[in-house]
Ligand binder design. Structure first.
Ligand SMILES: *Cc1c(COP(=O)(O)O)cnc(C)c1O
Length: 368
């Protein structure tokens, strides 16, 4: 058997005709950048996340950077986030010339530890970027309370969590602004790069629309320095089709996730812990294993792909040497990085495939 970590071919098989028709329509329309599909998708994602404005951008990384720039964050500023995330979260901060300030994660949710944020706040702190890691919402009530108290904005890195809920509220609608990524393997993915910012802040939405398009409100009249970071029509057309299935796909992901958790409960693995009052969309199913590297090898040998998210926490990345962090600075992030293993999880998976994976994990532990 050959089991991938995520099976995009299987996903596209089901909706191939719809997608092909949509691509054909875009080609025939002759409108490829910021056309009708982008406009429609912006509206649909805003509605889906219960926000007022959606702004399509080139990718999730740009989206985070554009939000920061729209709030005037840059040189001399500090932005708090977690070291246990994809590099892009901190990279977006650094690209504005602000400094990422890391706060360790909670040992169960792997999200930012809300009890350790306040000790990192200085008079330079301008924003907090919680990351809803692996599709599980961060503890937003506490983060928003801190934001309000210190007058710091909160930007959700929701790249892994489209469709998730926090206490009945949609992820993306909780902070001042949020960013989603449509990278192909995300829960809602295009056939290339793409991203979407959502916000209720009209001025910020206006500013981001300028920033994504050379600082222009009117074509060829640049009011500020911007970027070229737009969502294209082909991606938007495909994403609009996929958006119709997202709820069902997310539901399937969580069902398979619960099934893993149930069936792996007597194994020496730490399965994901879901906090109360949230709906996680399980972008990834990440367990912790003491003998992680051996387990990964064993599963690979049995045709099962698994992933390591993330092998190196950001404070220990070579690119951040200049920030002068050391090993031991964020013990929980480091602990999790050494043990995390993502098991195959995708909506088109079957119980048979999952049982095979579980059987092999069992063999691994029995053989030790
Ligand atoms: C994917 C991802 C990003 C970046 O998104 P791109 O579209 O690849 O630029 C940022 N943050 C997190 C947490 C992500 O998972």
């Amino acid at each position: 058997m050959n089991i991938p970590l995520i099976d995009l071919k299987a996903q596209h098989e089901v909706i191939k005709e719809e997608i092909m028709d949509a691509i054909k329509e875009v080609i025939e329309s002759g409108s490829f950048i910021l056309g009708q599909n982008v406009k429609a998708l912006e509206k649909e994602i805003a509605e889906f996340t219960n926000t007022k404005y959606g702004i399509g951008v080139g990718n999730g990384t740009d989206g985070l950077q554009l939000i920061l720039e729209a709030y005037g964050i840059g040189e001399g500023d500090e932005v708090i986030t977690t070291p246990f995330t994809f590099f892009a979260t901190a990279e977006a901060i650094s690209q504005t010339k602000a400094v990422p300030v890391f706060v360790d994660i909670d040992k169960d949710s792997y999200n930012i530890d809300v009890n350790k944020i306040e000790e990192k706040i200085t008079n330079k702190t301008k924003a907090i970027i919680p990351v809803h890691i692996f599709g599980q919402p961060a503890d937003m009530d506490k983060i928003l309370e801190i934001g309000k108290h210190y007058k710091i904005i909160v930007i959700e890195d929701a790249c892994q969590a489209i469709g998730a809920d926090y206490k009945g509220k949609k992820i993306g609608s909780l902070g001042n602004a949020a960013c989603f990524s449509f990278y192909p393997t995300k829960n809602l993915g295009g056939i290339g790069d793409g991203g979407m910012i959502v916000t209720n802040d009209e001025l910020v939405a206006e500013r981001i629309k300028m920033l994504r398009f050379h600082g222009q409100r009117k074509k060829y009249y640049s009011e500020i320095l911007g970027h070229n970071s737009r969502l294209d029509e082909v991606q938007a057309a495909i994403l609009r089709i996929k958006l119709k299935y997202l709820k069902e796909w997310n539901e399937k992901r969580s069902q398979f996730a619960y099934r893993y958790t149930k069936k792996l409960k007597d194994f020496p693995l730490k399965t994901p812990i879901e906090l109360a009052n949230i709906y996680s969309v399980y972008h990834l199913y990440v367990a912790l294993a003491e003998e992680r590297d051996e387990l990964v090898k064993y599963l690979h040998c049995n045709g099962i792909a698994c992933g390591i998210y993330y092998p190196v926490p950001l404070h220990l990345q070579k690119a951040y040497k200049s920030l002068n962090y050391n090993k031991g600075d964020f013990p929980i992030s480091e602990y999790v990085s050494k043990r995390a293993i993502a098991l195959p999880l995708y909506p088109e998976m079957t119980e048979e495939i999952q049982d095979y994976i579980i059987e092999k994990i069992k063999d691994f532990y029995l053989g030790r």
